[in-house]
Design a protein around this ligand. Structure first.
Ligand code: ACM
Length: 536
């Protein structure tokens, strides 16, 4: 028998939701009572609901919309909240500020989609269905990585991206700020990182084919100011999102080497900021000047980003330059290492220890984490078995397997999909089915999995439109799964997503349309069946 009142189509799906029947009307006379500590949530409500819907939501001690911090909800953790919408009143409660911020996003989704876009109501009022919701996320890390090194995007666009993450209750924006093809954050101690490293002469067009790589003739450049990045950190914090910065080392550093050749293994060599895609074999040297550089850069990064986690990359670092370098070979021998390849773990460990000394948690891309000390939290990406191997070794893990969470792969086999990273598609169904900590693992290993995140590498995503086409709706699938754990089944998700697209429409998101191809359940159904990531 159908439920008397169908549940609202919320995304992500809340833990417990009951429809009570009836509706609450918000109009120009509706006022908001924020109890002590809940004022930031009331401000966000006015920004995200009041402003676009045209309702003042004026503060008042006898407001019908009540936002309250309440210790009795401590069991719901940092992000959990309780929401009751009744015909005469709305009450949002949480033990912590962040829980209230998550609840505000639920209130937004209970409103008609047009309320998100500033559409006029005609009557000057909006209605919400009456519901009772108790909601808690499954895991504490639900993120999205955006690569602004390959393609710079202005700070205003990053704020929009943050708002789209917040709508889906994601809580981490991982900013990939540096790579071979560009350096985007100014460092006072090393000004050439921007004056030289933030510009490349041209960019590879499309993947490398049998006839090699092709290039456009368009210089690409851009960088943020520290004030912009601090503003982004604040903007994200107001929405309950942490911005985690990533500075790549000891590989993926060609832009830094173009600026400061002395940081490399051949100080007399002048390199360009790389114009190709793929893995570059020019890497940092292992002399003390390099560690001075890493420390100085990270000091300035920590000054701008209060995030407990600082990402220092670490992946795809060919060690041929160290093997060919007498200085690196000597250093490896002096350290008692078996060979120059082992300098990689030593390098990461040394920089990680510096971050730990400064009270931060080092984060790195790893395969199985075997070379890193346990204080590193690791992002596993390459093989489905790596997340468990790292958890077994004692690392905290963010599981980001490329065959389930990399949004630079095409979304379907449709020949009209835009140019994408070579490899089989990563369809919506695969993202939704991704289980970062499978239930058949021992509980101690599952408990070390902080969560998961999507990755958008931007070799083939040049514009905000291309970023959003690749991100949506797959980001919705990761958000649903990572907030709800196993609660949301695929048919239920698709049904809710069909309603949710009206919200994306209202916000002007050019998502990939839902059709038989993008909703297919048989393509690359298992993340573990994927191929190794291929670089062009
Ligand atoms: C990666 O895909 N470069 C972690």
């Amino acid at each position: 028998m159908p439920a008397p009142h169908p549940a609202p189509a919320l995304l992500p799906h809340p833990g417990k939701v009951s429809s009570l029947g009836g509706r609450l009307t918000l109009d120009r006379d509706t006022t908001v009572r924020a109890l002590p500590g809940a004022e930031p949530a009331a401000d966000l409500l006015r920004t995200l609901v009041g402003r676009p819907s045209g309702l003042p939501l004026t503060p008042s001690p006898d407001g019908r919309v009540v936002l309250a911090l309440d210790d009795r909800l401590g069991g719901l953790g940092e992000e959990g909240y309780g929401l009751t919408v009744a015909p005469q009143a709305l009450q949002l409660r949480a033990a912590h500020r962040t829980g209230l911020l998550r609840g505000i996003q639920t209130i937004r989704q209970l409103l008609p989609a047009e309320a998100l876009s500033g559409g006029a109501t005609g009557t000057g009022s909006w209605e919400l269905p009456c519901v009772e919701i108790t909601d808690v996320p499954d895991r504490p890390w639900r993120g999205a990585m955006l690569d602004v090194a390959r393609r710079f995007q202005p700070i205003g666009y990053l704020r929009r991206y943050v708002d789209l993450l917040a709508l889906h209750k994601l809580n981490v924006l991982h900013l990939h700020l540096t790579d071979d093809q560009g350096w985007r954050m100014p460092v006072d101690a090393y000004p050439r990182l921007i004056s030289v490293g933030s510009r490349r002469e041209r960019s590879q067009k499309g993947p490398t084919g049998p006839d090699g790589a092709h290039f456009d003739a368009v210089p690409h450049e851009g960088h943020y100011t520290k004030a912009e990045l601090r503003g982004l950190v604040r903007y994200a914090a107001e929405r309950g999102i942490t911005v985690v910065p990533e500075i790549e080392m000891p590989g993926h550093v060609r832009a830094a080497l173009a600026a400061y050749p002395e940081l490399g293994n051949h100080p007399g060599r002048q390199l360009d900021v790389w114009t190709r895609w793929g893995v570059c074999d020019t890497i940092l040297g292992v002399h003390e000047g390099v560690f001075d550089f890493c420390r100085a850069v990270l000091e300035e990064v920590m000054d701008v980003f209060p995030s407990p986690y600082i990402h220092i990359g670490g992946e795809e670092c060919p060690t041929t330059e160290w093997e060919d370098s007498p200085a690196a070979r000597e250093r490896a021998a002096a350290l008692g290492l078996a060979g120059p390849a082992e300098l990689h773990g030593w390098f990461m460990g040394r920089v990680g220890a510096f971050l730990v000394e400064r009270g931060r948690i080092p984060l790195g891309w790893v395969e199985n984490g075997a070379e890193l000390p346990p204080e590193f939290t690791v992002m596993t990406w390459r093989d489905a078995s790596h997340a468990r191997a790292a958890a077994r070794r004692g690392h905290q893990v963010i599981a980001a397997h490329h065959r389930a969470t990399y949004l630079d792969y095409a979304q379907s086999t449709d020949p009209s999909e835009p140019v994408a990273q070579p490899g089989a598609p990563v369809p919506l169904h695969t993202v939704h089915g991704y289980e970062p900590a499978p239930h058949d693992w021992p509980e101690a290993e599952r408990a070390r999995v902080l969560g998961t995140q999507v990755q958008l590498w931007t070799e083939y995503a040049r514009t905000p439109e291309e970023i959003e086409y690749l991100s949506f709706p797959r980001l919705c699938a990761l958000a649903d799964r990572s907030w709800s754990g196993g609660r949301g089944d695929w048919p239920g998700f698709v049904e809710r997503l069909r309603h949710h697209t009206a919200r994306l429409d209202a916000l002007g998101v050019p998502y990939r349309p839902l059709d038989a191809r993008s909703l297919a359940t048989a393509v690359s159904a298992s993340p573990s069946a994927g191929t190794a990531r291929l670089h062009p």
